[in-house]
Ligand binder design. Structure first.
Ligand code: CDP
Length: 208
Protein backbone atom coordinates (compact mmCIF):
# COMPACT_ATOMS: atom_id res chain seq x y z
CA UNK A 1 0.00 0.00 0.00
CA UNK A 2 1.27 3.45 -0.90
CA UNK A 3 0.11 6.33 1.30
CA UNK A 4 0.64 9.78 -0.25
CA UNK A 5 0.53 12.78 2.08
CA UNK A 6 0.76 16.32 0.78
CA UNK A 7 0.21 19.73 2.28
CA UNK A 8 1.71 23.13 3.02
CA UNK A 9 4.50 23.93 5.49
CA UNK A 10 3.92 22.89 9.11
CA UNK A 11 0.49 21.41 8.38
CA UNK A 12 1.37 18.30 10.40
CA UNK A 13 1.91 16.03 7.41
CA UNK A 14 5.35 14.85 8.58
CA UNK A 15 4.06 13.77 11.98
CA UNK A 16 1.10 11.97 10.40
CA UNK A 17 3.34 10.30 7.82
CA UNK A 18 5.71 9.02 10.52
CA UNK A 19 2.84 7.71 12.63
CA UNK A 20 1.07 6.03 9.74
CA UNK A 21 4.35 4.43 8.64
CA UNK A 22 4.92 3.08 12.16
CA UNK A 23 1.32 1.85 12.38
CA UNK A 24 1.48 -0.11 9.13
CA UNK A 25 5.17 -1.06 9.37
CA UNK A 26 5.98 0.79 6.14
CA UNK A 27 9.11 2.77 5.24
CA UNK A 28 8.66 6.55 5.20
CA UNK A 29 10.27 9.15 2.96
CA UNK A 30 10.05 12.82 3.91
CA UNK A 31 10.61 14.22 0.42
CA UNK A 32 11.00 17.76 1.78
CA UNK A 33 14.38 16.66 3.12
CA UNK A 34 15.57 16.00 -0.45
CA UNK A 35 14.82 19.59 -1.49
CA UNK A 36 16.23 20.91 1.78
CA UNK A 37 19.48 18.99 1.17
CA UNK A 38 19.76 20.41 -2.36
CA UNK A 39 19.08 23.90 -0.97
CA UNK A 40 21.76 23.35 1.70
CA UNK A 41 24.38 22.38 -0.86
CA UNK A 42 23.55 25.37 -3.03
CA UNK A 43 23.63 27.79 -0.09
CA UNK A 44 27.02 26.42 0.99
CA UNK A 45 28.38 26.71 -2.56
CA UNK A 46 26.82 30.14 -3.17
CA UNK A 47 24.86 28.79 -6.14
CA UNK A 48 21.24 29.21 -4.96
CA UNK A 49 20.45 31.41 -7.96
CA UNK A 50 22.00 29.01 -10.46
CA UNK A 51 19.47 26.54 -11.92
CA UNK A 52 22.08 24.28 -13.57
CA UNK A 53 24.15 24.09 -10.38
CA UNK A 54 21.08 23.25 -8.28
CA UNK A 55 20.10 20.49 -10.73
CA UNK A 56 23.64 19.12 -10.52
CA UNK A 57 23.42 19.17 -6.71
CA UNK A 58 20.14 17.23 -6.96
CA UNK A 59 21.71 14.62 -9.25
CA UNK A 60 24.61 14.17 -6.82
CA UNK A 61 22.40 13.91 -3.72
CA UNK A 62 23.28 11.01 -1.40
CA UNK A 63 19.95 10.02 0.20
CA UNK A 64 21.67 7.83 2.77
CA UNK A 65 23.68 10.77 4.08
CA UNK A 66 20.74 13.10 4.87
CA UNK A 67 20.82 14.62 8.35
CA UNK A 68 17.18 15.52 9.20
CA UNK A 69 18.08 17.58 12.27
CA UNK A 70 20.55 19.77 10.40
CA UNK A 71 18.12 20.19 7.48
CA UNK A 72 15.02 21.30 9.41
CA UNK A 73 16.06 24.94 9.84
CA UNK A 74 14.01 27.92 8.68
CA UNK A 75 16.73 29.04 6.25
CA UNK A 76 16.82 25.64 4.57
CA UNK A 77 13.01 25.54 4.27
CA UNK A 78 13.24 28.76 2.27
CA UNK A 79 16.22 27.54 0.18
CA UNK A 80 14.36 24.26 -0.49
CA UNK A 81 11.34 26.14 -1.79
CA UNK A 82 13.56 28.16 -4.16
CA UNK A 83 15.28 25.14 -5.73
CA UNK A 84 12.05 23.08 -5.70
CA UNK A 85 10.42 25.47 -8.18
CA UNK A 86 12.93 24.38 -10.87
CA UNK A 87 11.87 21.62 -13.24
CA UNK A 88 15.45 20.32 -13.64
CA UNK A 89 15.80 19.89 -9.89
CA UNK A 90 12.47 18.07 -9.62
CA UNK A 91 13.37 15.82 -12.57
CA UNK A 92 16.69 14.90 -10.93
CA UNK A 93 14.87 13.74 -7.77
CA UNK A 94 12.13 11.78 -9.52
CA UNK A 95 13.80 8.38 -9.95
CA UNK A 96 14.82 7.98 -6.33
CA UNK A 97 11.31 8.84 -5.12
CA UNK A 98 9.81 6.34 -7.57
CA UNK A 99 12.26 3.66 -6.38
CA UNK A 100 11.30 4.34 -2.77
CA UNK A 101 7.58 4.14 -3.58
CA UNK A 102 8.08 0.87 -5.45
CA UNK A 103 9.40 -0.97 -2.38
CA UNK A 104 7.72 -4.31 -1.86
CA UNK A 105 4.87 -3.89 0.61
CA UNK A 106 4.56 -0.20 -0.11
CA UNK A 107 5.64 3.03 1.52
CA UNK A 108 4.51 6.32 3.00
CA UNK A 109 5.75 9.47 1.26
CA UNK A 110 5.04 13.04 2.25
CA UNK A 111 5.65 16.27 0.35
CA UNK A 112 3.90 18.62 -2.03
CA UNK A 113 3.38 16.55 -5.21
CA UNK A 114 3.19 12.95 -4.00
CA UNK A 115 -0.48 12.35 -4.83
CA UNK A 116 -0.34 14.35 -8.05
CA UNK A 117 3.06 13.63 -9.66
CA UNK A 118 5.17 11.08 -7.78
CA UNK A 119 2.52 8.47 -6.88
CA UNK A 120 -0.70 9.33 -8.75
CA UNK A 121 -1.85 5.74 -8.28
CA UNK A 122 -1.39 5.71 -4.47
CA UNK A 123 -4.09 3.72 -2.64
CA UNK A 124 -4.59 6.42 -0.02
CA UNK A 125 -4.05 10.14 -0.47
CA UNK A 126 -4.32 12.77 2.22
CA UNK A 127 -4.07 16.52 1.78
CA UNK A 128 -3.21 17.88 5.21
CA UNK A 129 -3.69 21.53 5.92
CA UNK A 130 -4.26 24.01 8.75
CA UNK A 131 -4.81 27.76 9.05
CA UNK A 132 -1.63 29.80 8.45
CA UNK A 133 -1.71 31.21 12.04
CA UNK A 134 -1.87 27.71 13.47
CA UNK A 135 0.90 26.42 11.22
CA UNK A 136 3.09 29.40 12.10
CA UNK A 137 2.53 28.79 15.83
CA UNK A 138 3.53 25.13 15.47
CA UNK A 139 6.61 25.95 13.39
CA UNK A 140 7.60 28.79 15.76
CA UNK A 141 7.45 26.45 18.76
CA UNK A 142 9.45 23.80 16.88
CA UNK A 143 12.20 26.19 15.73
CA UNK A 144 12.38 28.06 19.05
CA UNK A 145 12.55 24.72 20.85
CA UNK A 146 15.59 23.84 18.75
CA UNK A 147 17.23 27.10 19.79
CA UNK A 148 16.77 28.96 16.49
CA UNK A 149 16.58 32.73 17.01
CA UNK A 150 13.20 33.24 15.28
CA UNK A 151 10.18 35.47 15.90
CA UNK A 152 6.56 34.42 15.38
CA UNK A 153 6.08 37.23 12.85
CA UNK A 154 9.06 36.06 10.77
CA UNK A 155 7.79 32.47 10.79
CA UNK A 156 4.30 33.56 9.72
CA UNK A 157 5.77 35.68 6.91
CA UNK A 158 7.88 32.71 5.77
CA UNK A 159 4.80 30.44 5.76
CA UNK A 160 2.86 32.92 3.58
CA UNK A 161 5.79 33.36 1.21
CA UNK A 162 6.39 29.63 0.82
CA UNK A 163 2.67 28.87 0.42
CA UNK A 164 2.54 31.37 -2.44
CA UNK A 165 5.72 30.09 -4.10
CA UNK A 166 4.87 26.39 -3.70
CA UNK A 167 1.28 26.81 -4.94
CA UNK A 168 2.06 29.31 -7.68
CA UNK A 169 4.96 27.57 -9.40
CA UNK A 170 4.51 25.92 -12.80
CA UNK A 171 6.46 22.74 -11.92
CA UNK A 172 4.45 20.32 -9.77
CA UNK A 173 2.65 23.00 -7.75
CA UNK A 174 1.17 22.27 -4.34
CA UNK A 175 -2.37 21.29 -5.24
CA UNK A 176 -4.77 18.73 -3.84
CA UNK A 177 -5.18 15.61 -6.00
CA UNK A 178 -8.82 15.13 -7.05
CA UNK A 179 -8.95 11.79 -5.23
CA UNK A 180 -7.25 13.00 -2.03
CA UNK A 181 -9.09 13.46 1.24
CA UNK A 182 -8.73 16.88 2.87
CA UNK A 183 -7.72 16.84 6.51
CA UNK A 184 -7.72 20.22 8.27
CA UNK A 185 -5.73 19.86 11.49
CA UNK A 186 -6.28 23.46 12.70
CA UNK A 187 -8.27 22.36 15.74
CA UNK A 188 -6.90 18.83 16.12
CA UNK A 189 -4.12 17.72 18.45
CA UNK A 190 -1.74 15.01 17.25
CA UNK A 191 -3.73 11.99 18.51
CA UNK A 192 -6.96 13.38 17.00
CA UNK A 193 -5.26 14.15 13.67
CA UNK A 194 -3.74 10.67 13.60
CA UNK A 195 -7.11 9.04 14.33
CA UNK A 196 -8.67 11.02 11.47
CA UNK A 197 -5.84 10.11 9.08
CA UNK A 198 -6.03 6.46 10.04
CA UNK A 199 -9.78 6.44 9.43
CA UNK A 200 -9.18 7.80 5.90
CA UNK A 201 -6.57 5.16 5.10
CA UNK A 202 -8.70 2.35 6.56
CA UNK A 203 -11.69 3.49 4.52
CA UNK A 204 -9.58 3.44 1.36
CA UNK A 205 -8.27 -0.02 2.22
CA UNK A 206 -11.82 -1.22 2.65
CA UNK A 207 -12.63 0.20 -0.78
CA UNK A 208 -14.85 2.97 0.52
O1 CDP B 1 8.38 20.89 6.81
P1 CDP B 1 7.89 21.89 5.81
O2 CDP B 1 6.50 21.58 5.40
O3 CDP B 1 8.14 23.30 6.21
O4 CDP B 1 8.78 21.78 4.52
P2 CDP B 1 9.29 20.50 3.75
O5 CDP B 1 8.20 19.50 3.58
O6 CDP B 1 10.57 20.03 4.34
O7 CDP B 1 9.56 21.13 2.29
C1 CDP B 1 10.44 22.22 2.11
C2 CDP B 1 10.18 22.80 0.72
O8 CDP B 1 10.52 21.81 -0.26
C3 CDP B 1 8.73 23.15 0.43
O9 CDP B 1 8.40 24.48 0.77
C4 CDP B 1 8.59 22.90 -1.07
O10 CDP B 1 8.95 24.04 -1.81
C5 CDP B 1 9.63 21.83 -1.35
N1 CDP B 1 9.05 20.50 -1.58
C6 CDP B 1 8.53 20.23 -2.85
O11 CDP B 1 8.50 21.10 -3.70
N2 CDP B 1 8.06 18.99 -3.14
C7 CDP B 1 8.05 18.03 -2.21
N3 CDP B 1 7.59 16.82 -2.55
C8 CDP B 1 8.54 18.28 -0.93
C9 CDP B 1 9.02 19.54 -0.63
Amino acid sequence: MIIAIDGPAASGKGTLARRLAAHYGLPHLDTGLLYRAVGARCLAAGTLDDEAASAQAARELDVDALDPDALRTAALGEAASVVAARPQVRAALLALQHRFAARPGGAVLDGRDIGTVICPGAEAKLFVTAAPQVRAERRFRELAGRGEPVTFEAVLADIHKRDARDSGRAAAPLVMAPDAVLLDTSSLDIPAAFAAALAVVEARRAGR
